[in-house]
Design a protein around this ligand. Structure first.
Ligand SMILES: Cc1ncc(COP(=O)(O)O)c(C=O)c1O
Length: 391
């Protein structure tokens, strides 16, 4: 279908770029000597997952039950659910594991969680594999790699009849606060060292640790070495976004997802062009602005419909639920209105593609500078399984 005929807003996917991004990360994992277990919370698409896993021994990383069910149905059976587990989800997970023949790995970082999970797993008479989450400095989930909780958790898992210790996992979320290759490489080393320390302490205490899992897109791109690590789990790299450009992790030409929007108004009083892509279509994530030069990219950069480079000086400066406001840095409203007449179509490059892509039911897929789609790829969405159990 021609882009001119698609409904707006629509989520576009440049297949050339996705293929390039996936091939480059597979090659990086190979050179670093680790398995790639891509995080599909970003793309939420089986078609992207097949590109990301081509030739890779690792399974997938996911972040919701909906993703577990969706990817399981598409034939991806080795799934790590990389959000700390809440024990009430076990019933649904046990059912998914059975129905779809999955090998699920869950995540925990607290003794109470392990106790509750052990009890529920026994009640359900279903075995589960667990990774212990380690905090490598991001301050989100995870126990300290050098602290006593790590060994206590491993012992509690070993004491359970239905749980099996699979290894350790860490995620360097702090890599998003330090732009530039060298600073990110230092965070990657801290991430590797934390996971490695936790694994060696567990091994020294007599535990088997088959999986030592690290991963975020910035650290995966800039890690110098991953000795002692078995797998990495980047996700954003499949699509990339303006935040990754601002961090120095990729270039604008690597961004594979964009939002097609229509010009629906000219406001001479505010000197802005209105589009039909607002906060729900783009997200309210402003992450790229922290590091970008000058004022930034607002809620997204504005490209012509054929996906050429962003139009100089333009950005989405404000968003309401279904309205976006394009402003020009030059302040020349007449020139802006001439450039973007009513009914014109633009593509917006997202700040944080995980947030932007999440609400859309599918991708409209095209190649390169084409203005015609070649496929529509479905996506997972929401949190629940299709039978309604959020669990
Ligand atoms: C546990 C975990 N692993 C991997 C990732 C993927 O990292 P990124 O989003 O930088 O690609 C995330 C992202 O939030 C995560 O939470």
């Amino acid at each position: 279908m021609k882009l001119a005929d698609l409904p707006t807003p629509s989520l576009l996917l440049d297949l050339d770029r996705v293929e390039r991004n996936c091939a480059a990360m597979s090659e990086r994992a190979r050179r670093l000597g680790v398995s790639l277990r891509p995080h599909l919370k970003t793309a939420k698409s089986a078609d992207v997952a097949w590109l990301a896993t081509r030739g890779q021994p690792g399974g997938l990383t996911v972040s919701t039950l909906a993703e577990i069910e969706y990817f399981g149905r598409q034939g991806f059976t080795d799934l790590s659910y990389a959000v700390g587990i809440a024990a009430h989800k076990l019933e649904a997970l046990a059912e998914l594991q059975r129905r779809l023949g999955l090998t699920l790995t869950l995540l925990a970082d607290h003794a109470d969680t392990v106790a509750e999970v052990a009890q529920r797993a026994a009640q359900l008479d279903t075995p589960f594999a667990l990774l212990i989450e380690v905090d490598c400095g991001g301050g989100r989930g995870g126990v300290a790699p050098e602290g006593p909780e790590l060994l206590a958790l491993a012992q509690a898992i070993r004491a359970s009849s239905h749980l099996r210790l699979q290894g350790v996992l860490t995620h360097a979320g702090q890599s998003y606060a330090v732009p530039g290759r060298e600073a990110i490489a230092a965070v990657a080393e801290a991430e590797r060292a934390a996971a490695g320390l936790a694994a060696s302490r567990l091994r020294a205490a007599g535990f088997e640790v088959p999986v030592v899992s690290v991963g975020a897109t910035p650290t995966a791109v800039h890690a110098q070495q991953l000795a002692g690590v078995t797998e990495m789990r980047p996700g954003v790299y499949t699509l990339f976004d303006l935040d990754q450009v601002a961090l120095g992790v990729c270039g604008l030409e690597d961004i594979a997802a964009s939002v097609l929007a229509s010009v629906i108004g000219h406001n001479p009083r505010s000197q802005r062009v209105l589009i039909d892509a607002g906060a729900l279509a783009l997200s309210k994530d402003l992450s790229a602005n922290g590091f970008a030069e000058g004022d930034e990219v607002g809620y997204g950069l504005v490209c012509p419909m054929d996906g050429r480079a962003p139009l100089a000086g333009l950005r989405v400066a404000e968003v309401h639920q279904e309205h976006g406001f394009i402003a020009s840095r030059s302040g020349d409203a007449e020139a802006l209105f001439r450039l973007l007449p009513i009914g014109a179509r633009v593509r917006i490059l997202p700040n944080h593609v995980c947030m932007t892509a999440a609400p859309y039911p599918h991708y409209e897929v095209l190649r390169g500078g084409s203005t015609e789609t070649i496929a529509r790829w479905p996506k997972a969405g929401g949190w629940s399984c299709t039978d309604g159990r959020t669990a």
